[in-house]
Write a protein that binds this ligand. Structure first.
Ligand SMILES: Nc1ncnc2c1ncn2[C@@H]1O[C@H](COP(=O)(O)OP(=O)(O)OP(=O)(O)O)[C@@H](O)[C@H]1O
Length: 321
């Protein structure tokens, strides 16, 4: 295993231009503007961002697949633009479009890839972990999107890499396959690998991430562990949502800072900086008016709420520039 005392990946002030772009009269377009991030061994680092935020470009620069215009990158201690076969063998990559040979069947493909490494992950074990056996006799061309994803993940891991880049590994997976992939990612983490992944599924990020970077317009606009991001958002907007079902049209009186809406007859939503004393006030009001709610639910903010807040603020700031 690698030296886990220094990060697996360090990106410092990455700048990336693409083009020439016809819509810009053939000029280049800056899509990454000074982005920095770090990925540690034994952790799952998640990149979040709206479409076009720069996640794939960042990962491709980190892997040395695209040349950068500025900044420094250290991938397992080496500049990825100088990567040789030895470095590539230490890094597993699962791309969004898979890039698998369409005519092959999954297991021969994995055995072929395994043959390129001195000490590969036993193919049978990977096949079992990702439940590839059930579609093993089908050529890759005819596999469903989710089945291809699982083969692509197995192919990224068969060389026993020290770090893996997974671009949207859970996209298009059914709930059962998603669970298999999650368990495997958790195993990679506990085996000490550095896992860097992108996803649009905030629920997945919340369940898997040790550290999250939120990208917008080629920059990092927020970072932290999931609890840190949730806590910071609580300070900023402190929105928790209480919903309850009770007597239609009988609207409780609450503090001015709280917003109460009867979303449909008898269904109420309270949002705002809810405190425990508000719950006591509400219960008192119900007691006074002899109301017994039929359901009550207090939801804490999810990573999705935080992400949308941050993305909206970033978009507003861009519009004001
Ligand atoms: N060759 C290119 N020419 C013009 N624009 C490009 C080129 N490559 C990337 N871009 C632009 O760079 C930006 C970042 O793209 P990138 O694919 O990295 O985003 P992303 O965050 O991965 O998006 P998604 O979530 O949709 O996969 C986008 O605005 C994209 O249109």
């Amino acid at each position: 295993m690698p030296d886990a005392s220094s990060p697996a990946l360090i990106i410092d002030g990455l700048v990336k231009d693409v083009g020439p772009v016809p819509a810009l009269d053939g000029r280049m377009k800056r899509v990454i503007s000074g982005l920095s991030l770090t990925a540690e061994f034994g952790q799952v680092t998640v990149l979040l961002g709206l479409n076009g935020a720069g996640k794939t470009t960042t990962l491709e620069c980190a892997q040395g697949l695209q040349k950068r215009q500025g900044g420094k990158i250290s991938l397992l201690g080496v500049d990825p633009e100088m990567a040789d076969a030895a470095l590539r063998a230490r890094v597993g990559v699962m791309l969004q479009d898979g890039g698998l040979p369409p005519a092959l069947r999954p297991i021969p493909l994995l055995r072929h890839v395994a043959g390129m490494y001195q000490d590969p992950w036993p193919v049978d074990e990977l096949v079992q972990l990702l439940d590839i056996e059930s579609f093993a006799s089908t050529s890759i061309r005819r596999l469903s999107g989710g089945q291809k994803q699982r083969v692509a993940l197995a192919a990224a891991l068969v060389g026993r890499p020290e770090m893996v880049f997974l671009d949207e590994p859970s996209a298009g997976l059914d709930p059962q396959s998603r669970q298999l992939v999650f368990e495997l990612i958790r195993k990679l983490r506990s085996d000490g690998l550095a896992v860097v992944l992108t996803t649009h599924l905030l629920d997945d990020a919340q369940r898997l991430a040790d550290y999250v970077y939120i990208l917008d317009d080629g920059r990092t606009v927020a970072e932290g562990t999931v609890p840190e991001l949730l806590k910071a958002a609580d300070h900023n907007s402190s929105t928790r949502t209480l919903t309850f079902d009770a007597t239609p049209g009988l609207t409780p009186t609450l503090r001015d800072e709280l917003r109460l809406v009867e979303t449909r007859p008898g269904s109420y939503t309270v949002s705002g900086p809810l405190q425990s004393s508000d719950l006591a006030d509400l219960a008192g009001w119900w007691a006074t008016h002899q109301v017994m709610p039929t359901s009550i639910n207090l939801a804490s903010r999810s990573l999705e709420d935080v992400f949308l807040d941050i993305a909206n603020i970033a978009a507003l700031e861009r519009a004001q520039k």
